[in-house]
Unconditional design. Structure first.
Lengths: 251, 541
């Protein structure tokens, strides 16, 4: 079995340079629509009308994007004569709309942060992207982040999915089992606004409807680097105001 | 069901006629037969539901048809229940029975076609139709400790935006246990487990210590009522749901949904769009299989191989994103074709990435084949024999590892699959290692298919206008990465969805999971789970 050890070593270091440097390999992020100025009022209105979740709001000749609602259907990119601007990047973590300030974890806990993940009805994409953080290309262990199977030793509850009715109980129990100084991060548009599932008899329409959220990472799904950015924000090692790395943008 | 007779290789359409004759002989004029564009619809008289089990047994066992699934539909004045069967290489058989709305019970198929078990449980839970002689109804989608009986949320009278019901969790509620030996106990696993990065589902391991006698999955923690909330939406909005209820096979499901919409609208997708759809579907399959292989390596705690497989998967995700601007292929399919075209340079870059992934997978497979400690954990673990696999109608790589050859790309080609040569890998052992070999072999075939599509790619439009503005119902089918997926759609004259049904491979195969998880050692549980590679979100919808 020693050959596995040898083959592992031979691969060398594969991990991303982020957060010390900028990761710009093609395909690390799908990008997202950004506020756009159109030349006519009608064009702006058409962009707002084509958005199926109401993430784009038109005001005069400009459009504004609420990324918490964007489900990345790309209709504002491919199905419009004058499309919205899209921008690459991944430093997307933000505060929930109802919060003006969220403090990061106190420093004794932030150096080695243990993360409890709860799947509250996720479509599999966000959960899959969270899982990618453990693979060598992202390797979140190098930053002192660990997944934990028990809420008792967790500092951060990371929730994906719009909170299905059958998962509401297990989610609340998990939260209650965590020691205080805990933080809660909602990952993905479904966890923030309900996404395409919205609010129904079976869906709470976002984690914010059930618990108080401290930080959000919008995206459908947010790529692993965006989730990593969220974790760094929770640990107080990145500020929310840090500028987005400028990558080759799509027009 | 428009126009699939043209896809079928010469001469095989005759077997549907043979079947029609055989049915006439056996069931006489009790079964009205309508032939519609190559498929057949058997409309049963409302007065004779008792024929149903016999007829379905005849189709499934005597004629070798595959069971697709059951779709119940509430129309203004009647129930319509569709039983889908596939005669391989010929076409779909839609056994339909119309019943007055007052009907509260139907005969159960479970005694004859075991694969119908969960379909009937779901219909009973969501529509309130009782199935006579079904051994176990209740507590399925709506968990009994939370939901009272008689809500029937799929009925039209129940509004999807109904306020959430006041929750009175029944603390006394106990799951049904079977093993009653002294000293036996049930170990609950889930719904939050595996370090949290597993999907939400629950297992009850009935054990007498180290050995687990049986493991029963309890699903639908993630039920988001996709079929219910799709009702009343436009086709384009419902497409978003079809694409996003199971993201790891998003393209396959959106493709099946679009095919159903295209059949209703009666349009043909341009050849370039068809070819690109094949390419994207195979890219998704390749990525899915790389992920499934990574999960199997991880379950055996062979860390280096798990890391290397995970890197292959992430590189494929990146290549997918560089090609389509989304890592999970969202936002590409639309009724009428694809939302966008791809430049030749992008195709070239994709081919390079696919070749690299394929090379890495082959290297990985060779190394795994010589890792005896790895093979020891997989061989003769989680065995499903061919008989059970046929009985429970297991689909996809799991079925094919247990000698069930059915692959919809072959058995009932769609989107132009008949133009491309490819093999359908099949194994007979039905153990964990057979399932792993099928995954590796299918990944190779996917890579070959991607190459063939790019070689043959014609120029032309990738989209035609497809405005679904006429009433109708149709089914779309695909071989999703985990197996056969059927999407059944009915729209009204305004193009509004009246009923949407997604029958998914995970729903089919979870039913068979307990066959593999019987009398095993506790430490093999994650391995059995990983070699099945099933998705809870795809099952729950």
């Amino acid at each position: 079995m020693s050959f596995w050890f040898w083959h592992g070593l031979r691969k060398g270091i594969q991990s991303t340079r982020y957060p010390l440097g900028i990761e710009d390999s093609p395909g690390v992020s799908p990008g997202r629509p950004v506020n756009t100025d159109f030349s006519t009022v009608e064009e702006a209105q058409r962009a707002a009308d084509i958005c199926p979740t109401g993430a784009i709001v038109a005001h005069d000749r400009s459009t504004y994007v609420n990324h918490g609602k964007c489900v990345h259907c790309q209709r504002c990119l491919h199905s419009l004569q004058s499309p919205m601007n899209w921008k690459a990047g991944y430093e997307w973590a933000r505060l929930p709309a109802n919060q003006t300030e969220s403090l990061p974890l106190p420093s004794p806990f932030a150096k080695s942060m243990h993360i409890m993940v709860v799947d509250a009805g996720d479509c599999g994409a966000c959960l899959h992207e969270v899982k990618q953080l453990n693979n060598p290309l992202y390797n979140m262990h190098r930053l002192g982040f660990f997944f934990t199977p028990t809420p008792r030793s967790a500092d951060l509850l990371l929730v994906v999915g719009p909170v299905s009715e059958n998962m509401r109980g297990p989610l609340l129990k998990t939260w209650e089992a965590m020691p205080t100084s805990r933080k809660l991060m909602a990952v993905g548009s479904c966890a923030i606004s309900g996404g395409v599932f919205g609010k129904s008899f079976m869906c709470a329409g976002g984690v914010g409807q059930v618990l108080d959220v401290d930080f959000e990472v919008p995206g459908n799904p947010p790529p692993p680097l965006a989730i990593l950015h969220g974790l760094l924000v929770v640990a107080g090692r990145k500020s929310l105001k840090s500028p987005e790395p400028i990558l080759k943008g799509r027009s | 069901m428009a126009d699939y007779s043209s896809h079928i290789a010469g001469g095989s359409a005759a077997s549907l006629i043979d079947l029609t004759t055989a049915l006439e002989e056996r069931f006489g004029n009790r079964v009205a037969q309508v032939t519609e564009d190559g498929g057949i619809v058997l409309a049963l008289a409302p007065s004779e539901p008792a024929t149903l089990p016999e007829l379905c047994r005849f189709l499934f066992w005597d004629y070798g048809c595959l069971f697709g699934g059951i779709t119940a539909e509430e129309q203004p004045s009647r129930w319509q229940v569709h039983y889908a069967f596939l005669l391989p290489a010929s076409g779909w058989i839609d056994v339909t029975i119309s019943l007055p709305l007052e009907t509260t019970a139907l005969p159960s198929l479970v005694g004859d076609v075991h694969a119908a078990d969960w379909h009937e449980r779901e219909i009973e839970d969501l529509f309130g139709i009782h199935f006579e002689n079904h051994p176990r109804l209740g507590d399925f989608v709506l968990h009994d400790q939370i939901w009272r009986e008689g809500i029937d949320p799929m009925r039209k009278r129940f509004a999807a935006d109904h306020p959430q019901l006041e929750r009175k969790v029944d603390l006394e509620w106990q799951p049904l246990l079977v093993v009653g030996d002294p000293g036996s106990f049930a170990m609950p696993v889930g719904p939050v487990y595996e370090g949290g990065i597993g999907e939400s589902l629950h297992f009850l391991l009935e054990t007498v210590g180290e050995d687990v006698i049986r493991a029963v999955p309890r699903l639908f923690y993630k039920y988001r009522a996709v079929e219910k909330i799709a009702e009343g939406k436009s086709v384009l909005d419902a497409l978003l749901l079809a694409e996003r209820f199971a993201a790891t096979s998003a393209f396959a499901h959106s493709l099946a949904f679009c095919q159903a919409a295209e059949r209703i609208a009666g349009i043909k997708v341009p050849p370039r769009a068809q070819a690109l759809r094949v390419l994207l579907a195979e890219l998704e399959r390749l990525r899915h299989h790389a992920g499934a292989i990574a999960a199997i390596c991880e379950s055996t705690a062979l860390a280096v191989s798990a890391a290397q497989a995970a890197m292959i998967e992430e590189k494929l995700l990146r290549a997918t994103c560089a090609f389509t601007d989304h890592r999970y292929l969202f936002g590409l399919n639309t009724p009428g074709g694809l939302c966008r075209d791809f430049e030749p340079e992008k195709c070239k870059a994709l081919l390079l990435a696919v070749d690299n992934a394929d090379g890495d997978l082959q290297v990985l497979e060779n190394r795994l084949r010589y890792s005896s400690s790895f093979l020891d954990r997989l061989e003769e673990v989680g065995v499903v024999n061919g008989e059970s696999a046929r009985d429970l109608n297991l689909v996809g790589p799991i079925g094919r590892a247990s000698a069930q050859q059915c692959d919809l790309r072959r058995a009932c080609p769609y989107s132009g699959y008949e133009q491309y040569a490819f093999e359908v890998p099949c194994e007979t052992e039905g153990d964990g290692y057979a399932r792993l070999r099928v995954l590796f072999a299918e990944a190779v075939q996917s890579k070959k298919l991607i190459h063939r599509v790019v070689e043959k790619l014609e120029q032309g439009p990738v989209r035609v206008a497809c405005d679904v503005q006429r009433p109708g119902a149709a089914m779309g089918w695909v071989e999703a990465p985990r197996g056969a997926a059927l999407h059944w759609l009915r729209v009204n004259e305004k193009g509004v969805v009246e009923r949407y049904r997604a029958i998914t491979p995970s729903f089919n195969n979870w039913l068979g999971f307990h066959m593999a998880a019987e009398n095993f050692a506790f430490q093999d549980f994650p391995i059995i789970l990983a070699t099945f590679g099933l998705s809870a979100t795809e099952c729950d919808r």
